[in-house]
Design a protein around this ligand. Structure first.
Ligand SMILES: [Zn+2]
Length: 75
């Protein structure tokens, strides 16, 4: 189920673990973004073990599919 609704947050602030640079990005709703290159230092980020995408590991919000998943489990 990848249908985003109003309660799904699409803006996430990604913080680079290498340099601490934070940038707001809009998350894609159709794919999990696996790689992200820091626009400040150029470090290529990958998800931590167990995370599906860089937003789950380094973002202020989890990715849309994870938000939907969490909600359906707690409901
Ligand atoms: Zn960086």
């Amino acid at each position: 189920m990848m249908v985003p609704d109003k309660s799904v947050v699409l803006q996430s602030v990604l913080t680079c673990p290498a340099c601490g640079f934070a940038k707001e990005e809009t998350m894609p709703t159709d794919i999990c973004q696996f790689f992200y290159t820091c626009s400040n230092c150029g470090t290529r980020l990958r998800p931590k073990p167990g995370d599906c995408c860089v937003y789950c590991s380094y973002g202020s919000e989890k990715c849309p599919s994870k938000q939907i998943e969490d909600r359906s489990q707690s409901a």
